[in-house]
Design a protein around this ligand. Structure first.
Ligand code: GLY
Ligand code: MN
Ligand code: MN
Length: 434
């Protein structure tokens, strides 16, 4: 994305703030051990407003100064750059990233109090304790200067209030990146379906996913890939991915790549040997019908509760019909009898973060969906091996997850090209698709 897009985002967030100063530190570096660091990924809020990926930086946006954007960052350092690669430096901050002013990060404690001659500061507590100490120190310094007549912040506001509302509504450029992420993820899932076979290990399929992600320019998965076979498909956050797959089992893959800071989040479930058994197909068809019913409920004005309820109704009816729970259906819904088999919600927001930001409630009520919001729709049925279900169904876990854009007309399934019907999934397992 070009510099103009980030500039426009800053303009909009300043407009939404009204007056005040916004402070967002870059994501802290996480040490893995000794001098080895975990892979670095910039903080989503910070990146959304800057496009700047270096650690040890702080963004300050001010509605009051003529210089709206101040960036604190690492100075150029030829010796360090031999080891770690090029840095933008102060000049790069101004010329490439549009900062009105740039300071070395070492000057933060001295300069920040000067930027705090305002009534309101937008800052998110509880994320980065080390930075927080410096933030408080700057606040204290600004307060001490009050006796000279300078203003100091008397209100501290969570920036999510303005920023996350903007992030919730996706622009054309953002949707292009999400569509790209989803297309890469489509190829990964289709290949995984073709490659899976009895006797292979879950991590071999995990490797297929990663290979497609990286080959097509995605830097990383948007979250840890779940590759769960047989009974592992019933473990919601299964992450070990180290079991040998057996003939006659299902494989549940919940994996999506990140592309230019935008996430995809897709689940497909398919038979390891390429053909659903009768009990597997019966459960799969219920989940698919539930998912389609929930997708139909996605439109402006509907709430995520409405979307969830559509899945609960279909799943409960299916579980009653298959003899896993007792009816009648309305009573089973009322008494939450479906819960042992469907224990999570159907949707979450999707964007730069897999569980994206944005308000779920407003005034104590679920917030209605708006055109431009992207959500997941991901019902499932999970029948643990030790459950009281009829034996034929034990150990079956099915989830189907798509990424859905709310449009003025209703919705668009961004991941519609990923095989989902029984016939398409079986064809993909035979290697006939993609
Ligand atoms: N992969 C995380 C989720 O589906 O919410
Ligand atoms: Mn998922
Ligand atoms: Mn999800």
């Amino acid at each position: 994305m070009n510099a103009q897009i980030f500039r426009e985002r800053r303009r909009r967030v300043l407009e939404a703030m009204g007056s005040g100063v916004l402070v967002i530190p870059a994501a802290p570096v996480a040490i893995r051990n000794h001098d080895v660091e975990h892979e670095y990924r910039q903080d989503s809020d910070f990146y959304y407003l800057t496009g700047f990926e270096e650690p040890e930086s702080v963004l300050v946006l001010s509605s009051e100064a003529p210089e709206a954007m101040t960036l604190f960052l690492r100075e150029r350092d030829p010796e360090r750059e031999v080891w770690d690669g090029a840095r933008a430096g102060l000049e790069g901050a101004r010329e490439t990233y549009g900062a009105d002013r740039a300071f070395a990060i070492g000057q933060l404690d001295e300069e920040l109090p000067r930027l705090f001659e305002v009534d309101r500061v937008f800052y998110a507590f509880g994320r980065d304790p080390q930075f927080e100490a410096r933030f408080f120190a700057a606040l204290g310094a600004a307060r001490r200067r009050a006796k000279t007549g300078a203003r100091f912040p008397t209100e501290i506001i969570d920036p999510g209030k303005v920023l996350h509302r903007l992030r919730l509504l996706k622009s054309g450029e953002e949707l292009q990146l999400m569509t790209r992420a989803i297309d890469i993820t489509r190829e990964a899932h289709v290949r995984a379906m073709a490659e899976a076979a009895p006797g292979k290990y879950e991590y071999e399929i995990d490797a297929v996913l990663s290979q497609v992600f990286r080959r097509r320019g995605s830097p990383r998965p948007a979250y840890g890939s779940i590759v769960g076979s047989g009974p592992n498909a019933t473990v919601l956050h299964y992450r070990s991915n180290n079991r040998q797959m057996q003939d006659g089992e299902l494989l549940l893959i919940d994996a999506g790549c990140e592309y230019e800071y935008y996430a995809s989040d897709i689940t497909r479930t398919f038979p390891v040997n390429g053909s659903f058994s009768e009990p597997q197909r019966a459960i799969y068809e219920v989940v698919l019908e539930a998912q389609l019913a929930s997708i139909r409920a996605v439109r402006p004005g509907a709430t995520l509760d409405d979307v969830h309820r559509a899945s609960v109704e279909v799943i409960t009816r299916g579980l009653v019909q298959l003899g896993l729970i007792e009816g009648p259906v309305s009573e089973a819904i009322e008494e939450l009898r479906y819960r042992p088999y469907y224990m999570h919600k159907t949707s979450h927001y999707l964007g730069m973060d897999v569980h994206d930001v944005g308000p779920y409630f407003e005034g104590g009520k679920p917030r209605p969906l708006q055109a431009g919001v992207v959500i997941t729709v991901e019902p499932g049925i999970y029948i643990a091996e030790e459950s009281a279900a009829p034996e034929a169904y034990r150990g079956i876990g099915v989830r189907i997850e798509d990424d859905v854009l709310v449009t003025d007309q209703g919705h668009r399934v961004l991941s519609a090209a990923i095989p989902k019907t029984v016939a398409d999934v079986e064809a993909a397992c035979r290697g006939e698709l993609g």
